[in-house]
Ligand binder design. Structure first.
Ligand SMILES: C[S@@+](CC[C@H](N)C(=O)[O-])C[C@H]1O[C@@H](n2cnc3c(N)ncnc32)[C@H](O)[C@@H]1O
Length: 256
């Protein structure tokens, strides 16, 4: 990438930073998943892994009275989240930390709830389950959304796309088994509706594309990233019956 790297960083900040969310999701789905987190102490200590600009984080802060540590690797995302938290009067309950999920340095048994929408694939769901299991207090919850196969016989074009972009993609039942194998009890799970892909993610992204193509016309890597997103959207329009995002709500068992 070399000298194109600053363009990529700027383009990512411009593209993803402008979107309400940086992946499929919605306030309704965040609320539905949170309603499945019971019992939870009155003022829980919460970690949001891969928070982005904080669509889910801000919704969580409205849903409960605890404090949230919002973790991501990009300054542009964390800065945007801090600005919004301040504007909404939530700054005293949301703090940000620039840290990779691969190197989280919190002590074991720190959190009552760990939340992560569309981000745990970055460390791999199995590793994430094990790491989060250690960071949760006994009885604490891990809630995450993850892209999954919804049917077992995907068309070749779609299978090839996922083999390239995320070869570790699993079915819903494989993720449930993995969570159980890692010591969690699965409280429940549900598939995100089509609106959660479009309203706050693909539709606003599609609107930004022409301007981004003009602005980054001299950056081959930025143009390639734009093209990748367009391919992803076109595949989703064609094949959304075969894969989707699943919200998983799982609990580290309490001590007996
Ligand atoms: C698909 S986005 C989801 C963002 C947000 N949770 C949402 O639903 O809008 C994935 C997020 O993970 C962040 N990320 C990427 N690599 C990371 C890492 N190593 N550690 C922590 N966060 C990371 C990205 O910056 C991005 O904000």
């Amino acid at each position: 990438m070399g000298e194109d790297a600053p363009n990529i960083c700027e383009m990512m900040a411009k593209l993803y930073g402008e979107l309400p969310r940086q992946g499929p999701g919605s306030a309704e789905c965040t609320r539905k998943a949170f309603s499945m987190v019971r019992p939870l102490r009155e003022r829980p200590y919460v970690l949001d892994i891969g928070c982005g600009t904080g669509g889910p984080t801000l919704e969580l802060a409205r849903l409960m009275e605890g404090r949230i540590v919002a973790l991501d690797v990009f300054d542009w995302a964390l800065n945007r989240l801090s600005e919004q938290a301040a504007a909404k009067g939530l700054a005293d309950r949301i703090s940000t930390t620039k840290q990779s999920m691969m190197e989280m340095d919190f002590p074991d048994e720190t959190f009552d709830l760990i939340w992560s929408e569309g981000a745990l694939y970055i460390m791999g769901v199995g590793d994430a389950l094990r790491r989060c299991g250690a960071l949760l207090r006994p009885g604490g919850f891990l809630v995450f959304s993850e892209v999954c196969w919804l049917q077992s016989d995907p068309p070749g074009e779609l299978r090839e796309f996922w083999e390239q972009s995320y070869p570790d993609i699993k079915s819903v039942s494989e993720n449930v088994s993995l969570a159980n194998d890692c010591g969690f009890e699965m409280t429940g799970h549900f598939t995100l509706p089509a609106t959660a892909w479009w309203n706050e993610y693909y539709t606003p992204m599609r609107k930004l594309m022409p301007e981004l193509r003009r602005r980054f016309a001299d950056s081959p890597h930025a143009l390639a990233l734009i093209a990748e997103n367009e391919v992803e959207m076109a595949l989703h329009e064609k094949y959304s019956a075969w894969y989707g995002y699943e919200f998983f709500v799982c609990r580290r068992p309490s001590l007996q």
